[in-house]
Design a protein around this ligand. Structure first.
Ligand code: GAP
Length: 537
């Protein structure tokens, strides 16, 4: 059975992920990638960059695309001019709602406190908890019993509702027993809380010297739009991609790396003529979903959630989230992996004219109390002149915005499998196997001499030396071969290459497939070609 607990424990045990600063007790919302994790994450980012940017052929329209288009990359700084965040809207609008508990002095994100109604002798209270999904029911029952001072023998006198909901769905919080409280009604009204990390630039540190760590990579792309246009001769439609760190001071980071305070994004801002934006939005939405499937996420665990018309800004033709059934969520619930948004011309015009008021139609610059623009734009012309028609306009933008860490987490969750495989004595044993797509697997192949004698280690080491130039491979001669297979299964290594007695006579080795357990014989000289083919399926 797949569970978050098992996945987290394997990640630590095998060096995929560690808590940041663990020896000092850790720091909430920050995670380090270990030797296997760093390879996996690099492979996810590399696959994205190759499939979206570097490998894109601008001469041919891909299947289902409205036409041909160009793709280029960018790598912007994390710290930018503070005006960027004023014009983007993050300074005023980028907040979550949080509540404080007057009794425990703890702070929670309003939409993340979950719980159930419990009833004892006609008194009904809502027991709230921050426990993980697997422990939620038991935790609610335990705290409900404690509140009503019930002993274990009276457990059945307490009824606990089947439905688990978050407290933002309640009419009020007067009957709520907060996650760390002993009495009811201890939560404050929800308050807004800006998620950007403030930082100071330079030694003086006055009010004029502060700015923010970027909460998204997207704005670096918008403020460089003109630089890219002027320097790379791209013409519309085209996309600019960027991978990089983003920072959000999340109120309650949780669910392993899902909601972190430091994370990486893989974002594309795709610029197109306004009248084509509908078609390009549909294209990117479908293409991004197909990308996750091509790397192994199953149909059943992925959904595309189109935002309802009421949720959209009036200038947007659509926003959709690609969501994954993360195991920490209750059955039937999904968590966001990536958002694909139609952003109209909001960002480019805001950086040009001054922050626009998204509620105005057509959008006009938001004014401050003195009647002047609340946040002044750059004044630079960020429009585009179509050379064929000589028409000048501000492009519309489609934004597929993915989280690299959420992607890694989804691939890890999907890959975790328990099945049965024979041990070194031929007895069937439960094995844990990470069925990662070969493109994403941290180690592509492990090379084993069957025994540590008869010239086998020398041949295996020579193969290792050759393959290492092209692939991340691993050499292991320690322990029984069955145990060596098992270790590689847990690491997600798709292929194990074994040098045996036959190798010494005919220069062939066996390749064992991690998922089917099938073994085939391959000539040593063909290994590079065979691995290349089998990795890039
Ligand atoms: N530029 C648009 C933008 O940033 P978003 O929906 O806020 O949109 C995009 O973020 C993606 O970034 C999310 O779908 C998610 O994968 C990732 N992401 C956002 N906040 C995150 C967090 N606190 N921890 C990990 N990943 C996060």
């Amino acid at each position: 059975m797949k569970s978050m607990e098992k996945i987290v424990s394997l990640c630590k045990r095998r060096g995929f992920l560690f808590q940041s600063s663990e020896i000092y007790g850790g720091i909430q919302g920050f995670w380090d990638y270990g030797p296997l994790g760093v390879e996996l994450k690099r492979n996810v980012k590399e696959a994205w960059w190759q499939d979206m940017i570097a490998g894109h052929n601008e001469l041919v329209a891909p299947n289902d695309a409205p036409g041909t288009f160009e793709m280029v990359g960018l790598d912007c700084t994390i710290i930018m001019h503070p005006q960027v965040w004023k014009c983007s809207g993050h300074f005023d609008l980028f907040h979550d709602h949080m509540v404080d508990c007057r009794e425990s002095k703890k702070r929670y994100r309003f939409d993340q406190i979950r719980g159930r109604w419990v009833e004892y002798q006609d008194k009904k209270i809502f027991v709230a908890t921050m426990a993980e999904q697997e422990q939620e029911f038991d935790e609610v029952r335990r705290r409900g019993m404690k509140y009503f001072k019930l002993r274990s023998k009276d457990a059945e006198k307490l009824s606990v509702e089947d439905l688990s909901i978050t407290i933002d769905k309640l009419d009020d919080t007067t009957q709520v027993l907060a996650p760390d409280a002993k009495t009811l009604d201890t939560l404050t009204e929800p308050r807004e809380y800006n998620l950007m990390f403030k930082t100071t630039v330079g030694a003086l540190g006055g009010e004029d010297d502060y700015t923010f760590l970027r909460p998204e990579t997207a704005q670096g792309i918008f403020v460089n739009f003109k630089n890219v246009l002027d320097s790379s001769r791209v013409s519309l439609p085209f996309g600019i991609g960027q991978i990089g760190k983003s920072f959000r001071n999340e109120i309650t980071p949780r669910n392993f790396t899902f909601r972190s305070r430091e994370f990486e994004q893989m974002e594309i801002e795709f610029f197109c003529p306004p009248d084509q934006s509908h078609a390009w939005y549909g294209y990117w939405r479908d293409r991004r979903l197909a990308w996750y499937k091509s790397l192994g996420l199953s149909d059943e665990s992925l959904i595309m959630r189109e935002h309802h018309k009421d949720e959209l800004a009036h200038y947007s033709v659509g926003t959709a989230d690609i969501e994954y059934a993360f195991p920490f969520l209750p059955e039937g619930e999904y968590g966001e992996l990536e958002g694909i948004a139609h952003r109209g011309d909001f960002d480019l015009r805001s950086h040009m004219e001054g922050k626009l008021d998204p509620k105005t139609e057509p959008m006009t610059v938001e004014l401050g109390e003195n009647g002047k623009p609340k946040y002044r734009g750059s004044g630079k012309d960020l429009s585009y002149r179509d050379e064929a028609t000589n028409e000048k306009y501000v492009p519309h933008v489609i934004e597929p915005s993915a989280g690299a860490d959420r992607g890694v987490l989804a691939f890890l969750c999907e890959a975790y499998t328990e099945d049965e495989a024979p041990d070194e004595n031929g007895n069937m044993q439960t094995r844990v196997v990470m069925k990662l797509h070969p493109r994403l697997a941290p180690i592509k192949a492990a090379i084993f001499p069957l025994v540590k004698k008869d010239g086998m280690p020398e041949v295996a080491q020579a193969i290792y030396g050759t393959l290492k130039k092209q692939f991340n491979v691993f050499y292991d001669e320690k322990g029984a071969v069955g145990r060596r297979y098992r270790r590689q299964d847990e690491a997600g290594t798709p292929f194990c290459i074994t040098v045996d007695t036959q190798t010494m006579t005919d220069q062939t080795v066996t390749i064992r497939d991690r998922d089917t357990l099938e073994q085939s014989r391959v000539k040593i000289d063909d290994l590079t070609e065979v691995l290349t083919r089998r990795i890039n399926v």
